[in-house]
Design a binder for this molecule. Sequence first.
Ligand code: AHR
Length: 500
Amino acid sequence: IRTGLVLDRDFVVGPLDRRVFGVFVEHLGRCVYTGIYEPGHPSADEDGFRGDVLALTRELGASIVRYPGGNFLSGYDWEDGVGPREQRPTRLDLAWHSTETNAFGTNEFIAWCRAAGVEPMLAVNLGTRGADAARRLVEYCNHPGGTTLSELRRQHGQPKPHGVRAWCLGNEMDAPWQIGQKDAGEYGRLARDTARLMRRVSPDLQLTACGSSNRELPTFGRWEYEVLQECFDEVDLLSVHAYFENPHGDTWEFLGNIDRMDLHIKEVAAIADAVAARRHSHKRMKLAVDEWNIWYKARAGEHAYQPDWPRAPRLIEEVYNFEDALAAGGALCVLMNNADRVQVACLAQLVNAIGAIRTEPGGPAWRQTIFHPFALAARHARGVVLRTAIQSPARSGRMHPEMPYLVASATHDEASGRTAIFALNRHLAEPQELTVQLRGFGPLCELVEAQELFHTDMQAANTRDAPDTVAPRPQREARVAEGQLRVRLQPGSWNVFVLQ
Ligand code: AHR
């Protein structure tokens, strides 16, 4: 099939916020314990941080990390996780029916973020706690000294304030499974009051309110509208959560989740703009897609009561396959293409529990298939996102009425003069002859890198014994001449082209 893409250097969606390449670390299963933190592991440093996972996190190119949850957050007392380790309490984690030792807490997380070179995004518990606990945590973290809470942090070996700017006001507070679930008005007022109090401590915070836990809930849309009616002036971002599923093993339908995610983002933006219109406000609410991923294979019983309350159990350890990598690559295009609204996005999650990275306790760490499109996008997407005018045949799907075979995004970085093009051929049987017209880039535009993610088996996965089954390799079909990039894309492949 033949497809086309027109890019014009002057036609811009908006600046790309690098925080769209964020990830999520929750106290869930083995994400923290034996994931990022495992004292005694051969690669661990003096803080107990696994060196192999730190190295892979840097390679992944993660920019911001949301912590500590997730459902875990809504039953978490932050005070349990600070101070001398031997005095920290062991608690029941009522979200995941596990035992939480609190060996890892806020200060360890901040130290880990520094080691990984990422920005922290902390969340405050609005399930069992509220505004008062939240403002105390902000004071503990961000106030320089001279008050009981800031001096407590100093006593805990942290003389400098953490300076955490990005905060989430609770987690999925609409969800029936959430500890302390609230109705929209109740949550909106709590988010408003919590935001006001937190800002009295630290005025420059960037605050995210909870949107719906997913688009399929009956309250979707109404929740966003009613929450924002209450806290529109106090919050900067509204969250969007999107998990892709493939319950019937149908790759085409599965890839329709990409279009569905785009629709979802635009719907939430439209609802936020409706609230703005009612208030005669020029404010355009930004979005934090602070949980997105593929998650359906390792779902059964995830909230089930486990009578033995295990420590760091193997929970929701989804094994990602090649089609998941295609879906993740398409999702990354959607996040980029919505750069005018999406400021933050977090792949949920980083390690083991629906993680881009897998580890074995005491053993190796390896890259899951979805690691690769993320790492390539994080490495090459820079500057501004260009508008993508796509010419492509399309087919319908149950997830979306019109799904073009070509999914693409592109960025241009004025400083380096580099343009990056990301292209998914989701025709599963036919190659795509793609022509990209490059307008306004000048005659000296040359291809500096071309990579493809391709495998003949949609079910191929990376495992401990075969960690590189799915991995990018050079794309050798691309040619640039006379202001055009011409390339043949493999059927069912995700590709990156960098021009300068
Ligand atoms: O990421 C796993 C879980 O998914 C999170 O704890 C929750 O917020 C969402 O439902």
